[in-house]
Design a protein around this ligand. Structure first.
Ligand SMILES: Cc1cc2nc3c(=O)[nH]c(=O)nc-3n(C[C@H](O)[C@H](O)[C@H](O)COP(=O)(O)O)c2cc1C
Length: 327
């Protein structure tokens, strides 16, 4: 049963439900939804759910933190759109490392229309793995994407043609390392072949019944087309300046701000995670970026054909009881 939801700060119970509903629409690796929330009179707490980690593809739980960071950005943005300031503290208690953030919606704030636009985009954002049109994303939108990353203390470096070529090699290198590992494939299958009524995992209608290479590289359904042909107008790497737990939560917020900025501008995105999921390849990608940034996410941006939404667990499943102190 859902724990009773009461008012928190300026938000009435329905508003608390609606901001939690926005938070859980965040993207998460393999749609694991590795988050829990606890509502207290002091604020909304976000917990990592280590039981939903991917021990093979994400042994360091880096992507788990990115996913939770994305949920946190949705939560903050939804609170902001309701006219409250989402005062946020990351990792507030050393003795509870799963408690990633607490958000306190206590002070009124005139909504910033740019953030309201992003809040409106939350339910429209879906990972889109269909082929993208050969239409170039305008420079003004690229500038908005860069600004979105910087506003959340991350960076979208400009990649030249040589770097993009090298990135393509790293994608293949990461991919081949992953598919050669039976444990990776078993974990991948576990999350991509869920029962029809499952509320988590990547359903067939979103991923397609494709083997891993096509699914992961799958711009065009053909792995031969690579990453930088005409149908791939923009491939970006989002980097952070350090790689500690808080940096990864911030990078997840930046990733979500970039994704929602793209959605609001009418563009789609999908993830190309092999070069950041395989540690030895990630080191090479870091060098490729000049050595100063930690690569966190590689995204493909463009315009695909509409895709349906993927399922989410209900609030019952993600809410901790108010008296429970840790996830
Ligand atoms: C950190 C991270 C890494 C991801 N990596 C991949 C990936 O390598 N390939 C892919 O197709 N989708 C990837 N995804 C997308 C998720 O599968 C997707 O967010 C999830 O299935 C929920 O669907 P939605 O984004 O449409 O809401 C990733 C998402 C996150 C947050």
């Amino acid at each position: 049963m859902t724990p009773p939801i009461t008012s928190i700060g300026l938000l009435d119970p329905d508003q608390v439900k609606s901001v939690l509903g926005a938070a859980v629409l965040a993207p998460s690796t393999r749609n694991t939804q590795p988050w829990r929330f606890r509502c207290t009179t002091a604020g909304i707490e976000l917990y990592a759910d280590p039981d939903r980690a991917l021990p093979v593809a994400d042994a360091g739980q880096r992507e788990l933190l990115l996913s939770c960071g994305a949920a946190l950005f949705n939560l903050r943005t939804a609170i902001h759109a309701l006219g409250a300031h989402p005062a946020t503290t990351l990792l507030p208690r050393r003795d509870t490392p799963t408690l990633l953030a607490v958000v306190r919606p206590f002070a009124a704030r005139k909504p910033d229309r740019r953030l309201v636009r992003l809040a409106d985009a939350v339910p429209r954002r879906h990972t889109n793995r269909t082929p993208f049109e050969a239409a170039v994303i305008p420079d003004t939108v690229v500038a908005e994407l860069r600004h979105a990353a910087e506003a959340e203390q991350a960076w979208l470096p400009r990649l030249d043609a040589n770097q993009l070529d090298r990135l393509r090699d790293l994608v293949h290198q990461g991919h081949h390392a992953q598919v050669a590992d039976p444990a990776f494939l078993a974990e991948w299958r576990h999350w991509t072949t869920r029962p029809r009524d499952s509320r988590d995992g990547v359903p067939e209608h979103a991923a397609g019944a494709m083997p891993p290479e096509e699914w992961i590289l799958g711009n065009s359904g053909s792995p031969r087309r690579g990453l930088v042909d005409d149908s791939d107008p923009l491939v970006v790497v989002l980097g952070s300046f350090d790689d500690k737990q808080a940096d990864r939560i911030r990078a997840g917020q930046a990733m979500q701000r970039v994704l929602l900025t793209a959605t609001a501008a009418g563009f789609d995105a999908s993830f190309i995670s092999q070069p950041v999921e395989v540690p030895a390849v990630r080191v090479q990608l870091r060098t490729l970026l000049g050595g100063g940034l930690w690569p966190q996410v590689v995204l493909r941006l463009g315009r695909g054909t509409p895709v349906p939404w993927t399922p989410r667990r209900s609030l019952d499943e993600v809410l901790l009881k108010p008296d429970r102190l840790s996830a």
